[in-house]
Design a protein. Structure first.
Ligand code: GDP
Ligand code: IMO
Ligand code: MG
Length: 425
């Protein structure tokens, strides 16, 4: 059975949750391997809307198993809130269907405060983070001073580490007139969270190896997107994890040799939430999307910035991730538009680039080179039942994206429901 990595090909929010939900039927285990509760994956499943932050979208399927891998950073309080929210919606989360890695690092209250503190100190250079403490949690991980799930078992270690971390955080936060963090409050919060989480915590890497040996099929649910990757994104306007396909392996302990397929997910246009360069951003197009009630962030509710499809970004993402196929969502978002633009190159210093530059200063100087494509203003794609019934101009738009990205579009989204996914050969 194939093991598949789902990865975002733009700046996140490409519709990964919906595509994961679509592919879950033919998978056994759904794995998150990086990021944290900065993610917001929307799934419309049996006419109900769910927004998943830390828990893999596969949880909506009672017979499937879900894994939060070692590469994920977990805010235990937020995770329990997610359990409760799902339970209210009739979804059972138990140690039978959710396995949490004992190696996953924990996001603490001081990480959230340090995230906001750093952002407010950056003034005009703000990253526009989700404020979930993601960066500071990964800083501690890389600095080798983090606290992992398994550490919650060892009270002595936990207390000693917290004393050190809280003292450091209080020194930094003092300047912001933030009330000092108290050790006992954090310990109590962690103990209470661990009394619920303990049965879920396992050594998930060997569990996944055993499942592979039994012929089970793994689906890796990427979070964020290629251009938020700590190495390959629009640094420093990125998140703090490896959001590209390799992150699925390091963040789960599954070897690259076990991966059979990489599916990159992109919107039929481009969006970005938070600061940073965005070459095809277009104010009129953004207003149109927001006016339609589309493109508001699933985690923070912020308006997403919107623009035309960028083949420089998406094509490079396909190569970077080794994508076998592209899932193109939100084609229906282009319904009603007379002329659609596609960015085929970036103009920088008199040259046409077909791969993005490395430095954010250069990204900002890039001008989009557009080609124009006739739209399908009188024949909506929303609700279309099969690929043959798409308007001819929509079909040629997809053909052009295949060519420009060097990767076939095999799934096409024409609505938020899993059923509104068309297959294309
Ligand atoms: P993710 O973070 O990649 O899972 O994406 P989000 O859930 O943050 O944002 C994607 C948005 O697009 C959500 O509101 C989805 O319900 C919606 N969506 C996904 N695919 C389609 C599609 O093909 N058409 C429409 N209209 N909405 C879609
Ligand atoms: P999903 O999985 C879109 C963005 C933030 C900010 C930058 C850094 O739903 O696609 P962070 O809080 O991670 O330090 O913020 O990354 N960001 C996302 N944008 N979708 C996401 O996740 C994102 N997760 C983080 O807006 O620009
Ligand atoms: Mg999202």
């Amino acid at each position: 059975m194939p093991n598949t990595i789902i990865v975002g090909a733009q700046w996140g929010d490409e519709g990964k949750g919906k595509i994961v939900d679509y592919l879950t039927e033919s998978s056994d285990i759904i794995v998150r391997a990086q990021g944290g509760n900065n993610a917001g994956h929307t799934v419309i499943h049996d006419d109900q809307k769910y927004i998943l932050h830390l828990i893999p979208s596969g949880i909506l399927w009672p017979e499937k198993k879900c894994v939060i891998g070692n590469g994920v950073v977990i805010d235990p309080v937020s995770l329990i809130e997610e359990f409760k929210k799902l339970e209210k919606q009739g979804i059972k989360v138990s140690p039978e269907n959710l396995y949490i890695s004992d190696r996953a690092h924990l996001t603490m209250p001081y990480h959230r405060l340090l995230d906001s503190h750093r952002e407010s100190g950056l003034g005009g250079q703000k990253i526009g983070t989700t404020g979930r403490g993601i960066g500071p949690t990964y800083i501690d991980k890389v600095e080798r001073s983090g606290i992992r799930m398994a550490d919650l078992e060892d009270k002595q270690f936990l207390e000693a580490r917290l004393v050190e971390k809280i003292a450091q955080a209080n020194t930094i936060l003092e300047s912001a007139d933030s009330p000092p963090l108290e050790l006992h409050t954090i310990i109590e919060e962690l103990e209470s969270a661990y009394s619920i989480l303990a049965p879920f915590v396992r050594e998930t890497t060997s569990f996944l190896h055993n499942q592979i040996a039994e012929g089970k099929s793994l689906l890796f649910e990427g979070a964020q997107g290629t251009y938020l990757d700590i190495d390959h994104g629009t640094y420093p306007f990125v998140t703090s994890s490896s959001t590209t396909a390799g992150g699925a392996c390091t963040g789960s302990g599954v070897s690259p040799r076990a991966i059979d397929n990489v599916t990159a997910v992109a919107k039929a246009y481009t969006t970005r939430v938070g600061a940073g360069p965005f070459v095809t951003e277009n104010a009129e197009f953004s207003d149109r999307m927001h006016g339609m009630g589309r493109e508001f962030g699933a985690t923070t509710g912020r308006k997403r910035r919107c623009g035309w499809f960028d083949a420089v970004v998406t094509g490079h993402a396909c190569r970077l991730n080794g994508a076998d196929q592209l899932a193109l969502t939100n084609l229906d978002g282009l319904d009603g538009i007379e002329t659609i633009k596609i960015c085929t190159a970036y103009r920088l210093n008199g040259e046409n680039l077909t791969t993005p530059p490395s430095r954010v200063e250069s990204w900002k100087d890039c001008e989009p080179v557009y080609e124009e494509h006739p739209g399908w203003p009188d024949q909506p794609t929303a609700g279309v039942a099969d690929i043959q019934s798409l308007p001819e101009n929509a079909k040629s738009y997809l053909n052009r994206i295949d060519t420009l990205c060097g990767c076939p579009v095999t799934l096409v989204g024409v609505g938020p429901d899993r059923k509104e996914t068309l297959t294309r050969n």
